[in-house]
Write a protein that binds this ligand. Structure first.
Ligand code: RTP
Ligand code: MG
Length: 140
């Protein structure tokens, strides 16, 4: 399987509870290398732009407000099949449906406050990585 890069966000519910280290340990244990990482505080407009694909969904307003309610960690994870592997490590969107040992099973508070985001396709990964990082910030 090819080495890929994927965009990850550690969401406000997790940064508020100082869970960045525990979440990063799960990525690293799964063989995902953190090749870029920074802490930022999104504006409402930036959160809206990042989640533009969800603009028509009923939870869009709530999601954007939540994502700019506190700082987040944005990061690029690299590894074999990293996009799918990260989705596995994250677990199901709704923590009630997430498998044992996944980030969302262990840490998420609800379907909305679910601790992490991960790109869901190669196209999304390319778009989402370039939303937050320049080429100079990506150290392989
Ligand atoms: P993500 O994009 O964050 O990695 O999560 P996902 O693919 O598992 O979920 P997606 O359907 O893309 O939804 C994006 C985020 O919106 C929030 N959400 N809230 N209240 C709700 O019913 C609801 N559904 C989704 C979650 O924070 C979800 O991660
Ligand atoms: Mg998604």
């Amino acid at each position: 399987m090819a080495v890929e890069r994927t965009l990850s966000m550690i969401k406000p519910d997790a940064t508020n509870r100082n869970l960045t280290g525990k979440i990063n340990a799960k990525f690293e244990e799964a063989g995902l290398r953190i090749v870029a990482q920074k802490r930022i505080h999104l504006s409402q407009a930036q959160a809206g732009a990042f989640y533009a694909e969800h603009a028509e969904r009923p939870f869009y307003g709530e999601l954007c407000e939540f994502m700019c309610s506190a700082p987040i960690i944005v990061q690029v994870l690299e590894g074999e099949g990293a996009i799918l592997k990260n989705r596995e490590v994250m677990g199901a969107t709704n923590p009630a449906n997430a498998a044992d040992g996944t980030i969302r099973k262990d840490f998420a508070l609800s379907v909305g406050e679910n601790s992490v985001h991960g790109s869901d396709s190669p196209e999304a990964a390319a778009r989402e990585i370039s939303f937050y990082f320049s080429g100079l910030e990506l150290v392989g």
